[in-house]
Design a protein around this ligand. Structure first.
Ligand code: CP
Length: 302
């Protein structure tokens, strides 16, 4: 079976193919779509909280006519000590076509994919990858900027804990964009330069000439006892507001994968300014991209 475990395994042509197909699903829902995955079973297994990813995978499957089941992992036998792999094997025995999995451990989704005989989609694994997020970000950028090459993209904030940053760094690099990581040294992963990115610790410098400013959530839940900045201090040095955005290009767009901490990494008024902020469009494109991915991966071998 083919899976979507990360951007790492995709070629530039694969990325463009997913985005082109997503574009067909970007408008208002069409009743004709409802037969495309009829008879298919999609199971969503979220071992970590989610609003956007879980809801959009569910809506995407429903719009294509799949039978979508959301496993309530909090109510499952995981609570009785059943392992991830035994849980996956149990669900696999019910013959699903697609498993959508989010897990707090990096690599857990790849491991699971080796044990089942259906397509597996990584909906975010630890700090590793969140491939559909990078694809929906790429689609949003392509729509707003008219291209997905030769752009300067500043990815700002808590890079160290972010699977969104990692998937975006890989995707934007494959598409030949200039990627600049901006944030405190303590939130920058060691050796990240090997991905061909620039690393900057000052926002004004990092935003210079940027076409896209991508803000990240400060992930306190992944900071086990280490550096936890105060919110006021963090916003003062690394938060984005209209004044700071003036360092970027005049037509730079603002992105955030959500969930946002208003007043911590991003000013609420700027996040709501639809002339600059693409945040709602990111959510909208999330459904389109997930429809395309579900459709592409559910093609059965002849
Ligand atoms: N962007 C994102 O993955 O959001 P959720 O955690 O709400 O799914």
């Amino acid at each position: 079976h083919r899976h979507l475990l990360g951007i790492e395994a995709l070629s530039p042509a694969d990325i463009v193919a997913v985005l082109d197909r997503s574009e067909r699903y970007a408008g208002a829902p069409d009743p004709d779509w409802r037969t495309r995955l009829s008879g298919r079973t999609q199971i969503n297994m979220f071992f970590e909280n989610s609003t956007r990813t879980q809801a959009s995978f569910e809506i995407a499957g429903q719009r294509l006519g799949a039978n979508v089941m959301n496993m309530a992992m909090q109510a499952s036998s995981i609570k009785k000590g059943e392992t991830l792999i035994d849980t996956a094997l149990t669900l696999n025995a019910m013959h699903p076509d697609l498993l959508v999995v989010r897990h707090p451990n990096s690599g857990a989704v790849a491991l699971l994919s080796q044990k089942v005989n259906c397509a597996v989609i990584n909906a975010g694994d630890g700090r590793h990858e969140h491939p559909t997020q990078a694809l929906l970000d790429a689609l949003t950028i392509r729509r707003r900027k008219g291209r997905l090459q030769r752009l300067t993209v500043a990815i700002c904030g808590d890079i160290a804990h972010s699977r969104v940053a990692r998937s975006n760094i890989i995707l934007l690099g494959k598409m030949e964009n200039r990627v600049r990581l901006v944030g405190p040294k303590t939130l920058m992963p060691a050796g990240i330069e090997r991905f061909g990115v620039e690393v900057v610790h000052d926002m004004a410098e990092g935003l210079r000439d940027a076409d896209v400013v991508m803000m990240l959530r400060l992930q306190r839940e992944r900071m086990d006892g280490g550096f936890i900045p105060s919110e006021r201090e963090y916003f003062h040095r690394f938060g984005l507001d209209a004044a700071r955005l003036a360092n970027a290009k005049d037509d730079a767009i603002v992105m955030h994968p959500g969930p946002m901490n208003r007043g911590v990494e991003i000013d609420g008024e700027l996040a709501d300014d639809l002339t600059r902020s693409a945040i709602q469009e990111q959510v909208e494109m999330g459904v389109a991209v997930r429809m395309a991915v579900l459709e592409l991966l559910s093609r059965r071998a002849a």
